[in-house]
Every structure is written in C-alpha cells, then in structure tokens.
Design a protein around this ligand. Structure first.
Ligand code: NAD
Length: 424
C-alpha cells in the first residue's frame, strides 16, 4: 500500500493548495488507486538553470530560470513562461499541474508544463530581456521541442519573447521550427483568433450554462471583474449576443450602470487611456470588491486569483459564475457557493479557450497552412461546448459540482492513458 497524504489544507486560501485539494477530492470520487494518484501528483521533470546575463552597463547578473513538466502522458507538454520576481519552484510546479488538467478537460493531446525566470522585466531593457530569453532557450534546448515541450506566453511575456525563443531554438537546429512555441506574432505563424480566444471560450461556456439554467440571454445581466485580455473580450462577446453587461472593473475601480455599460465604448476609452478605465464615466464608480456582490445573473471573475473567498461568498447574488481567471474562488468558498445553489463553470474549463487556440496554432504550424479566423472560432467553440457538456454530465453522474466534475474528467483521461502507456 502506498502512502497517500491526508486531504490537503482546507483553511489556507492559497490558490495552488486549493487546486491540489480539488485534485484530491476528485481522485477519491473516481476511486483512483494510490499508485496512479502518486504518478499524477508528481511532476515528471523539474529543471532549474542559472542564466548569467551581460546587462547594458557591462555588469553580469545571474538569473534563475525554471521549467517543470508535470505530465507528458497525453502528449508533448504545454504551458507558459512567466517573467516575475515571485517565480519560484513551488509555484511553477503547481501551475504545471494546472495545465495538465486544463488540457485534459478540453481533450487536446497535450500534457502540462510551466516555466519562469525570476526577474523584473519592467526594470530591464529590451536588449537585456532578449539576451535573457535567448540564454533561457539555450539552457532548455533539450527540453523544448514541438514534440516534447511547447512554451507559450504568461505573466510578463508576450509575442515578442516567443519570437526570440522560436528564433533561438531554430538557430540551434539549423532550420525554422515555429511549432516549438505558441503565442507568436501573426507573421511568425501566430494564429488568427488567439487574442480573443480565452474571452470567447468564457462566452461560449456562459451560454452553455445559461441554457442549462434556462436563463434567457436577452434578459441576463452580467458583471465582469477585470477588463484585460480575458474580461474585455468576454464582456464584448456577451454583449454582442444580447446580454446586458451592467458592471466592469479593472485595477482603477469598478463601474456600474444598471441600464447597461456600452462595452465597445469602454474598450475604446481604455485603449485611448493607457490601457485603464480610470476616469471612465459610462457608469457610476463603485468599490471594486462590491462588483462581486452586485445583483446580477452572471458573474465573470476575469482578473486574478482568490477574489471569491469566505469573506464575500455568502453575499454573492449571481446564479452563475464563469471563471475567466485562474483560481478566482478559494476552496473554502466553493462549499458556500455550492450550498447557495450557484452554478460555477470552473477555471480549468471556462478559460481553456486560450490553450485550445494555442493548440490550433501548433497544428497550423505543423501543417504549414493558415486557418481563417472563422475556422479557428468554429472549431474552438465546438471544443468548448463539447467539454462543457462532458463536465456537466459528469457532475450529474457523480452528484458533484462542475469544478470537481472537471477534475474527474481530466484525471480519468490522464489515468486511463497512463494505464495504456504503462511504466517501468
Ligand atoms: P490582463 O493583464 O490582460 O488583464 C487583467 C485585468 O485585471 C486588467 O484589466 C487589470 O487592471 C485587472 N485587475 C487587476 N487587479 C484587479 C483588481 N484587484 N480588481 C479588478 N480588476 C483588476 O490579464 P488576462 O490575460 O486578461 O488574465 C486575467 C486572468 O485570466 C488571469 O488569472 C490569467 O491567469 C487568466 N487567464 C488568462 C488567459 C489568457 O489567454 N490571457 C488564459 C487563461 C487564463
């Protein structure tokens, strides 16, 4: 009998521990045996590298870089690279596991990984970031690869860094290998539809859930926390399909208009205003936290982790929560929300539209052919709808929340594939 750790932390509101506690609950519901539980819990590879970089002033600074491959059971591992001072091995390990479940739940043939460099890109020049990215790629030259491990942007990185990574990898191999990374600029093989993919998947999930709850979209009100990549597209696409978005927010505060915010105008305002809604007058300015407890039908947390907690869960009025952000609800808040009868479309399902279109980018690179935006959207919508239905039916079958059901779907898929592949 292999030792299985006791049920993880229920009191600490740490998003990664929350994630592991859900993994534990789902494994138990599934009756996963101890051996497979331990295989799936532990990452297959953890790499830490030192990166000596010549700074613009001629000095040499040494940075620490990480790449963790949590699982490559379903296929090559996939996951972003984060540039942030908070990067550490524990966080990278947890985020890598998260990617495994997210890819499995939408049934795309990838394992999960994550990487990062402990640095502050805002205090570095473009040249310094380029040298750092190229050095990191060189150190990971035998880890990365279109059939091994495929990085993508995350906090602090974007298309620019992905282009350097692709170029460095390609130089080392003496040929262009654009499928080694996703989230590239369009001219280098990026995919149409990638920018809006996550917000679009949130919208598709919200509509699938509204159908189950018999909410008429034309009468539905929506509050969206976060007006960045995910939140702004989710708000825009839901508005375009008839919903009334009554509140939006960003770091500057929240804006409430019971008659409906004009999302297109808000986007134009944000883009002309250094990317923030500060000073926006299309709605009454309210406290940012109050957005979460507004009288709306649908709440879309799309800013950051750990915003729905034991402190405010009881006050939430929405009947439906669609998690655009990663880890917006703490494990202890889950219980309160479930008891209130609120339907939650969990992060690993609701925001998987992004990784789905990253997969399409990789497929297009390997085909050497570019899909139209329409084809990308149609295919990702279908994947999101199918995944929603799979998770919804699993929730009914096991009598669990959609969150636990999403983990059950993911763990079951990876565990079954593991059994076929076998081990030592
Ligand atoms: P982003 O940086 O583009 O946008 C974040 C938004 O949240 C900004 O508008 C910011 O002002 C706002 N914000 C920050 N703190 C806030 C606060 N306290 N209250 C209200 N608003 C606040 O980031 P993004 O790419 O949209 O990511 C948002 C979330 O979605 C993150 O949790 C991210 O991990 C997750 N996610 C993103 C993607 C993707 O493809 N971009 C995919 C999956 C998950």
């Amino acid at each position: 009998m292999i030792y299985v750790e006791p049920a993880p932390i229920k009191d600490k509101e740490n998003p990664f521990e929350s994630m592991m506690s859900r993994f534990h609950i789902a494994s138990q519901a599934l009756g996963l045996n101890d051996e497979v539980y331990n295989v799936l819990k532990n990452p297959v590879k953890q790499v830490i590298v030192s990166l000596p970089i010549t700074m613009d002033d001629g000095s040499i600074r040494v940075f620490e870089g990480y790449r963790v491959i949590h699982s490559n059971i379903l296929g090559p591992s996939k996951g972003g690279v984060r540039y942030d001072m908070g990067v550490n091995l524990d966080e990278v390990k947890a985020l890598a596991a998260w990617m495994t479940w997210k890819c499995a739940v939408v049934d795309i043939p990838y394992g999960g990984a994550k990487g990062g460099i402990k640095c502050n890109p805002r205090q570095m020049s473009s040249g310094e970031i380029e040298r750092l990215t190229r050095a990191y790629t060189q150190e990971m030259i035998n880890i990365f690869g279109p059939d091994r491990d495929i990085p993508a942007p995350d906090m602090g990185t974007g298309p620019r860094e992905m282009a350097w990574l692709m170029d460095e990898f390609s130089r080392a191999h003496g040929m262009t290998v654009n499928a080694v990374v996703t989230g590239k600029p369009l001219v280098l093989g990026g995919s149409l539809g990638r920018a809006e993919a996550t917000g679009r998947g949130v919208m598709v999930s919200a509509f699938a859930a509204m159908e189950k709850l018999r909410i008429n979209p034309y009468q539905a009100t929506v509050a969206v926390q976060g007006f960045g990549n995910v939140g702004s597209f989710a708000a825009l696409l839901m508005e375009e399909r008839g919903c009334k978005v009554t509140a939006i927010s960003d770091i500057s505060g929240a804006y409430y208009n019971p008659q409906g915010i004009n999302v297109k105008d808000a986007l134009t305002y944000r883009d002309a205003n250094n990317g923030t809604l500060a000073g926006y007058n299309g709605g009454e300015r309210i406290n940012g936290d109050d957005l979460l407890t507004l009288q709306v039908d649908i709440l879309v947390p799309a800013a950051m982790e750990d915003v729905i907690t034991v402190r405010n869960a009881e006050q939430i009025h929405a009947r439906l929560i669609v998690e655009g952000a990663n880890g917006p609800t703490s494990a202890r808040a889950d219980e309160i929300i479930n008891n209130k009868g609120v339907l939650v479309v969990p992060d690993i399902l609701a925001n998987a539209g992004g990784v789905t279109v990253s997969y399409f980018e990789w497929v297009q690179n390997r085909l050497g052919y570019k899909w139209t935006r329409d084809r990308v959207n149609r295919r990702s919508d279908r994947i999101m709808k199918d995944a929603f239905e799979r998770v919804y039916q699993t929730a009914l079958k096991y009598g669990v929340s959609m969150r636990i059901a999403a983990y059950i779907v993911a763990i079951d898929k990876v565990a079954n594939t593991y059994k076929y592949r076998g081990g030592f």
